[in-house]
Ligand binder design. Structure first.
Ligand code: GRF
Length: 203
């Protein structure tokens, strides 16, 4: 990736899409040299698809198939096809609640980025903020990382910390972690676009 090239992003999300919105905000403020080529969701009425509509970005619901935590093989092919048709170079998992496997990661090797709401390797998996609260740690945060075959195990790109307060609820903690996610994810993408991070990844 040459310095300052515009990243062509594909966004996958299952929820309200606040991380996607933070990417759009950074692009609109000229703080991130990127364009969103397409937004895909496995949830037909996900907020992220409505947001994509508002931003004028191509968007599509692609049914995930019969499994609860991963994509059926045919669905995975449809996701890859839609991303490739849109010319996507980098895939951002912005709250995409399914595990991506072999074919997907072979199509986008080292080019899938996830944002996770804990300081990995602590608390991989679901509701990581609640795991942190239940464990009783005093500091948690968020992690941007490359997606590999494991669950929340790929190369760490960057992290932000969040202090856990004595009266935190799961909701209050998650909301402060999300504030940090909204800073971290666009910043990591900016660094990739500017060749400051992952400069030696294959094109
Ligand atoms: C975020 O907390 C992210 O860490 C996790 O899923 C959530 C997505 O939130 N992977 P949003 O849809 O971006 O608001």
């Amino acid at each position: 990736m040459s310095a300052s090239a515009k990243l062509k992003l594909g966004i996958l999300g299952s929820g309200r899409g606040s991380n996607y919105r933070s990417i759009c905000d950074a692009i609109e403020k000229d703080a991130l040299p990127a364009e969103v080529a397409i937004v895909l969701s496995d949830v037909e009425d996900a907020g992220i698809l409505g947001l994509a509509d508002q931003h004028g970005h191509a968007h599509q619901f692609i049914a995930p198939g019969q499994f609860r935590t991963k994509l059926e093989e045919a669905a995975e092919s449809s996701y890859i096809h839609a991303l490739q048709q849109a010319g996507v170079e980098w895939v951002v998992l912005a709250g995409f609640m399914r595990i991506l496997k072999g074919d997907f990661l072979r199509a986008y090797t080292n080019r899938v980025i996830n944002i996770h709401p804990s300081l990995l390797p602590s608390f991989p998996g679901l509701a990581a903020w609640r795991q942190a609260l239940d464990y009783g740690v005093k500091v948690t945060g968020c992690t941007a990382h490359i997606v590999d075959q494991g669950i929340d195990t790929g190369t760490i790109l960057g992290q932000r910390t969040v202090l856990i307060l004595p009266d935190d609820s799961a909701e209050s903690l998650h909301s402060r972690i999300q504030e940090q996610e909204h800073q971290l994810l666009p910043e990591m993408l900016r660094q990739i676009a500017n060749g400051e991070l992952l400069a030696n990844q294959p094109a």
